[in-house]
Design a protein around this ligand. Structure first.
Ligand code: ARG
Length: 469
């Protein structure tokens, strides 16, 4: 069978071009074209270094740089024609470079392999993504902290098991997410630190005999140092795994807040309102206002977590060094990171948009005997009862209230004294939800003054960090 000559980039010993299905399963250009900006950055740094080290002529390096700039402009303008026959972004760019500048293009790949090239590109891409994610996480924190400050004293029920537990403030609840997101940012920052070493110069797997300067390319690309082992340089994707793990955890956090917004928005709860900007109507039920943005933010964790798992499974048991399996690292990572970006933007928008219904929250906060712990604590404090006994006595008082069909603070003193004769009318001071939250002054507790202070602290911290950059 004669056929068109094989891929000109590697086809020296190949007489036939690949089977149709081979091309189809092999080509990554459909998704790795997203790496074009990073690929060009990497190639430019490599070419400068090659010339500086005397490996290629300075004139060739200049031609290469000019050609690469032109290609970047074509890609930005959307006029670049990506070809599947050229497999991937690396060969597409190099082939175009040859069209533009001729034989000098062929010198770019000296002392380099697609293996260290793709490892470099992908690291740069993930690093760029982390920087974008960090900024977006900060925006969400800002929106949450602002709402929290405004609602430091807005009382709502706190839940465990989604059963009314103890009153908290809405601001306190929102600040819980500010803390979670703070740790998310820490995870991304940690991943970034470990990621930030340059694989470039690892070549195919063993390094190269050319006198390259790996420090120079590392520095040019903003890496802290070159990776110390060439096999490791081309074959690990732990940086993507770490980033996806951080993304998964962040997405889990957002899914919880999204779920709460969904619950709070039901007419049964009626805790918050989202405007028309973040809700949709139903095509059949005219009364509906659906929290689609929150539902989708809740659901995206599915894609993000599966990207993490998917890459774990791709990498598991892979022998060193590079295997083509690793081409499967990109598509789902791109999707996961852009999904997270969507989630963060939607969440920031919803948080700023949502208006709590303080009345409804306040009323719900008082239901379900939510100040029973306050009563038990009072018995401990005032009557010096052991907590276990106070718990028991309070249980009996709750039962009495339940039988009468009233809330705790509506039960008469006589009814309480029937359970524990030493109770005085002073007990009523701890049974209101306002006093309950006010009393929770322990560090990290829900007392409005704590919450206001914490919210202000966060806002200041966020502002300071912004001023630094
Ligand atoms: N498209 C490839 C990938 O994403 C680039 C590296 C190819 N290396 C090779 N030895 N075939 O992994």
């Amino acid at each position: 069978m004669t056929d068109k000559p094989a891929n000109t980039m590697w086809g020296g010993r190949f007489a036939m071009s690949p089977a149709e299905i081979m091309q189809e399963i092999n080509a990554s250009i459909g998704f790795d074209k997203q790496l074009a900006p990073q690929d060009i950055r990497g190639s430019k740094a490599h070419a400068v270094m090659l010339a500086e080290a005397g490996i290629i002529a300075k004139t060739d390096a200049r031609e290469i740089a000019k050609g690469l700039d032109k290609i970047k402009a074509e890609i930005d303008a959307g006029t670049f024609e990506f070809s599947r026959a050229l497999e991937d972004v690396h060969m597409n760019v190099e082939n175009r470079l040859k069209e533009l500048i001729g034989p000098a293009a062929g010198r770019l790949h000296t002392a380099r392999s697609r293996n260290d090239q793709v490892a470099t590109d992908f690291r740069l891409f993930v690093r760029d993504a982390i920087d974008g994610i960090d900024a977006a996480l900060e925006t969400v924190q800002q929106a949450l902290a602002e709402k929290a400050e405004a609602h430091a004293a807005t009382v709502m029920p706190g839940f465990t098991h989604l059963q009314p537990a103890q009153p908290v403030t809405f601001g306190h609840h929102l600040l819980a997410y500010v803390e979670m997101i703070g740790r998310d940012r820490g995870r991304f920052a940690d991943a970034r630190k470990r990621l930030n070493e340059s694989p470039l110069g690892s070549a195919a797997l063993a390094g190269t005999s050319f006198p390259i300067n790996r420090e120079m390319t590392a520095e040019a690309l903003g890496f802290d140092r070159p990776m110390a082992n060439s096999l490791d340089g081309v074959s690990d994707r732990d940086f993507a795994l770490e980033t996806l793990a951080a993304a998964t955890i962040a997405a889990v956090h957002f899914s919880r807040l999204a779920e709460e917004i969904v619950i709070w928005m039901t007419p049964q709860f009626g805790f918050v309102k989202l405007s028309d900007r973040f809700t949709t109507g139903s095509s059949i039920m005219p009364q509906k206002r659906n929290p689609d943005a929150a539902e989708l933010a809740r659901a995206k964790v599915g894609r993000i977590a599966s990207a993490f798992q998917g890459l774990v499974i791709v990498m598991k048991g892979l022998p060193l060094a590079y295997s083509k399996d690793m081409q499967e690292d990109k598509e789902t990572t791109f999707d996961a990171l852009s999904s997270l970006r969507l989630v963060m933007a939607a969440m920031a928008g919803m948080i700023a948009d949502l208006e709590p219904n303080a009345e409804a929250m306040r009323a719900a906060a008082g239901r379900g005997y939510s100040t029973a712990t306050d009563l038990a604590d009072w018995l401990v404090r005032e009557l010096k009862m052991p907590f276990r006994e106070a718990h028991h006595v309070t249980g009996a008082i709750v039962k009495a209230a339940e039988t009468k069909g009233v809330d705790l603070d509506q039960l008469s003193l006589t009814d309480m004294q029937a359970v524990e004769p030493r109770i005085t009318k002073a007990v009523f001071s701890v049974l209101s939800v306002e006093n309950s939250v006010k009393s929770r002054t322990s560090y990290g507790g829900t007392a409005p003054q704590n919450v206001a202070k914490m919210a202000r602290q966060w806002l200041r911290r966020l502002e300071k960090a912004r001023a630094k950059v």
